[in-house]
Design a protein around this ligand. Structure first.
Ligand code: PBG
Length: 325
C-alpha cells in the first residue's frame, strides 16, 4: 500500500511522542490550595478528600517549604473559621490578626519566594455559609462588595501577593482594585474567579471548611452550568475592571469554557480542578477502577490543552512527583 502520510510515524517511540507533544505540564503550572485551621501540630485528613489535609499554621508552613522544594511557586490559602467568630457580616475576615492574616505573614516570612494567593469570599466566615451578607433571605450584592474590598486590603496589608475573590458578586473586581490603589497597594494582583459555576463538585471542599450554605444554594450568584456566552461576558468585565488573571471553575466538565475564555482574553487563564473532581478520581482509584497516576496526568494535561495557563489542583504534589519519575 502507498500512503503519503502516515500519522503513526510520530507515535512510534516514547522519545518521538515527547518530541512532538503539544502540551506539557511543569511545576510552574500549579496553584496549590491549602486548608488552614487554628491550633498547633495538627494535620487532619478530610474524609471526602483522601490524602488531603487541613493543617494548623505551623504544619502548613512546613508543607509550603516542601512544596517550594519541589518547584511549586504558588499556594492559595483557605482558612477554617471557628464557629464563635462567624457572623453575617464576615467581621472576622477583616481582623488584622485573624487566621488568614497570620498565615499570610508566616508563609511569606518562611518562604518569601512563594506566591501567596488568598481566597476572598465571606462563606468561611458566614453563619449562613454564603459568599455574601444575608438580608431577608437574600444575598445582597453591594454591601458584600464593600466587605470584599476591605478583606482584600487586609490581605494585601498582611503581605498577600495576589487576592482571589471567589464570591461572584457584581462589581467586586473594580471595587477591590480601587481600594488597593487608594491605599498604595500597586503591586498586589487580582485573580478573579470570573466564570465560577454553581456546581455540585464543590461538596468535599465545603466539608473541609465546614462552609456549606445553611439555607438554599448559591445559584443567585454563581453561574448556571447551562451557559457559555455568559462566561465570556463575566470574564471580559473582570478584565475591564482590573483582573490580572481570570479563572474558570470547575475544570473537567468545563473544558469548552476554558477554551473559549482563553481565546477571548489576553490575560493568563487559570482553571480550578475542584475538590469533587479530586475525590472522584480518588474514589475510583480506591475501588480499583481507575489507575490513579494516569488519571491525574491525563486530567491535568487536558485542562492545560483546553487553554488553562495555570491549574489550581489538589493533585499538584502528586503531579510533580509523577512528572519527575
Ligand atoms: C467559596 C469557594 C468554594 C470553592 C472555592 N472557594 C466553594 C463554594 O463556592 O461553595 C470550591 C473549591 C473546591 O471545591 O475545590 N467561595
Amino acid at each position: 500500500m502507498f500512503q503519503i502520510k502516515r500519522n503513526r510515524i510520530l507515535r512510534t517511540t516514547p522519545s518521538l511522542r515527547a518530541l512532538v507533544a503539544e502540551t506539557t505540564l511543569t511545576p510552574n503550572d500549579f496553584i496549590v490550595p491549602l486548608f488552614i485551621d487554628e491550633g498547633e501540630g495538627q494535620e487532619v485528613e478530610i474524609p471526602s478528600m483522601p490524602n488531603y489535609y487541613r493543617r494548623s499554621l505551623d504544619k502548613t508552613v512546613r508543607e509550603v517549604e516542601a512544596l517550594w522544594s519541589i518547584g511549586i511557586k504558588s499556594v492559595l490559602l483557605f482558612i477554617k473559621c471557628t464557629d464563635d467568630r462567624k457572623d453575617n457580616l464576615g467581621t472576622e475576615a477583616l481582623n488584622p490578626n485573624g487566621l488568614m492574616q497570620r498565615s499570610i505573614r508566616a508563609i511569606k516570612a518562611a518562604v518569601p519566594g512563594m506566591i501567596v494567593m488568598t481566597d476572598v469570599a465571606l462563606d468561611p466566615y458566614s453563619t449562613y455559609g454564603h459568599d455574601g451578607i444575608v438580608e431577608n433571605g437574600e444575598i445582597v450584592n453591594d454591601p458584600t462588595v464593600e466587605v470584599l474590598a476591605n478583606m482584600s486590603l487586609s490581605h494585601a496589608q498582611a503581605g498577600a501577593d495576589i487576592v482571589a475573590p471567589s464570591d461572584m458578586m457584581d462589581g467586586r473586581i473594580g471595587a477591590i482594585r480601587k481600594t488597593l490603589e487608594e491605599n498604595g497597594f500597586t503591586k498586589t494582583g487580582i485573580l478573579a474567579y470570573s466564570a465560577k459555576y454553581a456546581s455540585c463538585f464543590y461538596g468535599p471542599f465545603r466539608d473541609a471548611l465546614d462552609s456549606a450554605p445553611g439555607f438554599g444554594d448559591k445559584k443567585t450568584y454563581q453561574m448556571d452550568y447551562a451557559n457559555r456566552r455568559e462566561a465570556i461576558k463575566e470574564t471580559l468585565m473582570d478584565v475591564e475592571e482590573g483582573a490580572d488573571i481570570v479563572m474558570v471553575k470547575p475544570a473537567m466538565a468545563y473544558l469548552d469554557i476554558i477554551r473559549e475564555v482563553r481565546d477571548a482574553v489576553t490575560v493568563p487563564v487559570s482553571a480550578y480542578h475542584v475538590s469533587g473532581e479530586y475525590s472522584m478520581i480518588k474514589a475510583a482509584a480506591r475501588m480499583g477502577w481507575l489507575n490513579e497516576d494516569k488519571a491525574i496526568l491525563e486530567s491535568l494535561c487536558s485542562i492545560k490543552r483546553a487553554g488553562a495557563d495555570l491549574i489550581a489542583t489538589y493533585f499538584a504534589k502528586d503531579a510533580v512527583k509523577l512528572l519527575n519519575a
